[in-house]
Design a protein around this ligand. Structure first.
Ligand SMILES: O=P(O)(O)OP(=O)(O)OP(=O)(O)OC[C@H]1O[C@@H](n2cnc3c(O)ncnc32)[C@H](O)[C@@H]1O
Ligand SMILES: [Mg+2]
Length: 165
């Protein structure tokens, strides 16, 4: 069965190709139907599900990966969710690693800026969200956005395989 990823962001598409190395992996832009910058686990997970559903058909599995932020008490954390939807519409979900974000990023997000744009200015780099990601910057590049998403995709693949035994 082929796979379509609901994003053309290379950090996401390459994470899926890494984990489903033996499959045909395609990508397309689909709406997440949540805000461009999700602000909770619920919203981020829903975005991932909406993207995955939009990519699923009778012979294709859909995968949606969504980045967001969420509060634990007063501290803002990066959060990431993935969803895998198979042709019978069964939905598998999993979340990724989370790390706290500095207060100044929190303030800019609260003013309505997207994390990708904030990170480019903060790190004085371009396309941070398509490359190392905020997680790469704030972990001194120990974990890139692709590596973080590949972990999420492994959690999805594993659940799907367990359920199809
Ligand atoms: O093309 P799409 O798939 O939408 O890719 P995206 O980079 O916009 O990613 P998301 O929509 O999943 O993420 C929502 C927002 O959060 C940003 N974001 C999330 N995690 C990030 C990270 O690790 N590094 C940089 N930006 C991140 C991202 O740039 C968006 O502004
Ligand atoms: Mg986006």
């Amino acid at each position: 069965m082929n796979i379509i990823v609901g994003s053309t962001n290379p950090a996401k598409v390459n994470a899926v190709k890494e984990v489903f190395y033996e499959k045909m992996v395609d990508s397309k832009v689909v709406p997440s139907h949540v805000s461009p910058q999700p602000f909770s686990d619920d919203e981020t997970r829903q975005g991932a599900i909406n993207r995955a559903v939009a990519c699923t058909s009778s012979d294709t599995m859909g995968i949606g990966l969504e980045g967001g932020v969420m509060y634990v008490e007063e501290q803002l954390f990066l959060c990431n969710w993935g969803a895998l939807v198979i042709p019978d519409q069964t939905i598998f979900t999993a979340s990724g690693a989370r790390i706290p974000l500095p207060k100044e990023i929190d303030i800019q997000l609260e003013h309505g800026m997207e994390l990708g744009d904030i990170m480019n200015a903060y790190a004085k780099r371009k396309n941070v969200g398509k490359k190392e990601g905020a997680i790469g910057i704030f972990t001194n590049e120990m974990i890139s956005r692709q590596t973080m998403f590949s972990h999420v995709v492994k959690l999805l693949r594993g659940q799907w395989e367990y359920n199809s035994r």
